[in-house]
Design a binder for this molecule. Structure first.
Ligand code: AMP
Length: 269
């Protein structure tokens, strides 16, 4: 496994290499990330993992500062899973300019969910992705459905620039309590993790009722009763038509963002 820290070096290492699989991450790796790595390895791709906590996608400075960092363990996990290259850039490799000007226009989710509650978030996601993809000229891009909105935004962006990169959507990996694995879970104590488990299981077993309900106050109250401090949204969304919906269907997912002990969690089911 090679650890590469500069844009020039990773680009030259990958030059003329075919069948590359790329897994961009913000580190603090867990089994969710590992499932993406395994998928790439299974396809016999030269597997590149990047670890970079992108300041541009945090609309809250405190949130950025407290994002968990476990780099030594991350490298161990990559090695164990036979990652070929870890791209570990410093901020100046990704953002060499003094003043970063983002020009990305996001047309989806602008008014909804993450787009509404985290202004500038997706613009920052697209910016880092654009730059990472310039350094890592990949054939396949592995993205988790845990961040389904991000997955759609990146797919739409790649389509808009006629990219040939194949996006591979990967299922959400959960722990035994049903909680989606997330780097942010590291910031929660056991009591909060138990609450998160109760919330997701309650919501999942009421999925169709939530989708059909005109007013989901009942479910929002229940989430607060379980112990959440604040809820940003609980929204049924049709992934085919990219619209809010009240109709259960194979394309309908419920998206949720809420706070537990000062930590913001997102999930969808
Ligand atoms: P992150 O490090 O949180 O930016 O995530 C890097 C990639 O891993 C993204 O494509 C995520 O959607 C994906 N990912 C994060 N958590 C999970 C999970 N529990 N299951 C599957 N994929 C995940």
């Amino acid at each position: 496994m090679k650890i590469i820290k500069t844009a020039n070096k990773i680009a030259s290492e990958l030059l003329n290499k075919k069948k590359i699989g790329f897994i961009p991450t913000m580190g603090c790796l867990h089994e969710g990330h590992v499932s993406l790595i395994r998928k790439s390895k299974k396809k016999k791709l030269l597997t590149v993992v990047s670890i970079f906590v992108n300041p541009l996608q945090f609309n809250n400075k405190k949130d950025f500062k407290k994002y968990p960092k476990t780099i030594l363990n991350d490298l161990k996990i990559c090695k164990k899973n036979k990652v070929d290259y870890v791209y570990l850039p410093q901020k100046k490799e990704i953002y060499p300019e003094k003043k970063i000007i983002i020009k990305n226009k996001i047309h989806f989710f602008k008014k909804y969910m993450e787009g509404k509650f985290r202004p500038g978030h997706f613009e920052g996601v697209i910016e880092v992705m654009k730059r990472l993809l310039k350094h890592v000229k990949t054939n396949y891009l592995f993205l988790g459905k845990k961040d389904y909105q991000q997955l759609i935004i990146i797919k739409k962006y790649l389509e808009s620039v006629n990219s040939k990169i194949i996006v591979v959507p990967c299922d959400t990996i959960r722990d035994k309590n049903g909680i989606a694995l997330s780097s942010r879970n590291k910031l929660l104590d056991q009591k909060s993790l138990n609450i998160a488990g109760r919330i997701i299981n309650f919501l999942k077993s009421n999925k169709n009722k939530i989708i059909k309900s005109k007013n989901n106050l009942l479910y929002l109250n229940k989430i607060i009763e379980f112990g959440a401090k604040k809820i940003d949204y609980l929204t049924a969304f049709n992934l085919k038509y990219l619209k809010k919906t009240n109709k259960p269907s194979v394309n309908t997912k419920v998206f949720l963002a809420y706070y537990l002990n000062g930590v913001r969690l997102i999930d969808n089911f």
